[in-house]
Design a protein around this ligand. Sequence first.
Ligand SMILES: C[S@@+](CC[C@H](N)C(=O)[O-])C[C@H]1O[C@@H](n2cnc3c(N)ncnc32)[C@H](O)[C@@H]1O
Length: 248
Amino acid sequence: METWKYYGITHSDHEICNPTSSAKLDELVSLLPLRPDARVLDIACGKAELLMRIVTAHGARGVGVDLSPWEVPIARKRVSERGLSESIEIVEGDGAKYAMEPGSYDLAMCIGATWVWGGLEGTLKALAAAVGPGGVVAVGECFRAQTLSPEYVAAEPELAPTLKSHAANVRCARDMGLDFLYALVSCQDDWDRYEHLQTRAAELYAAKHPDDPDVAALLEKRRREDDHFMSMGRDQLGWAIYLLRVRS
Ligand SMILES: C[S@@+](CC[C@H](N)C(=O)[O-])C[C@H]1O[C@@H](n2cnc3c(N)ncnc32)[C@H](O)[C@@H]1O
């Protein structure tokens, strides 16, 4: 089954496509040290929920970039429905190829897609360059919540070796010249909502579209991922949005 379709269906009921609650997202928005008229860049913006909240709260202007042909039209529609088309531009494309003029943003974000630059280090480097000294960076990233079990490592051969601890994620940012301001760390309730909404969406889609040839693959993948989450990921995988400032 095509990746974008799988992601689009499983996230059809999410406005926030990561394991952060709506209240925590509002907290993040309130903690951003931004001047009015700030320029904000969101790479892998999904449905642009965070970008819209920032623009509304801070009077900022924003650009959101996303590669998914499913998510981009949704993001554009939501921006238009909230009357923010003058302030937010949504670009369809690969974030890694987006021309970010160095030092031209006040805030640069990537929430839940550090693979765009090959991991956390590459992401911090790219976003720090986009804002320049004194600029703000927000990165959403997973961390190892406890020692990973051999079963988890075997089930996640690509992800597991890349996972740092929460403290090591912060250390990594500091070592790269970013000051750590704050972290919004998700709790199990946040994770449960994020994961189970995906399962609900897949099951309801399958019931409504029994003739879709992708339904069997959709359910097989989602049920496998759900079991993986409940048996291992729920305890072993953490998630945080790190708020950082590039050292002057
Ligand atoms: C976990 S979601 C996070 C979305 C959004 N940041 C949020 O938190 O609601 C990851 C997003 O990354 C997008 N994505 C994946 N690879 C990308 C790439 N190379 N460039 C831009 N966006 C990408 C996906 O389409 C998806 O919307």
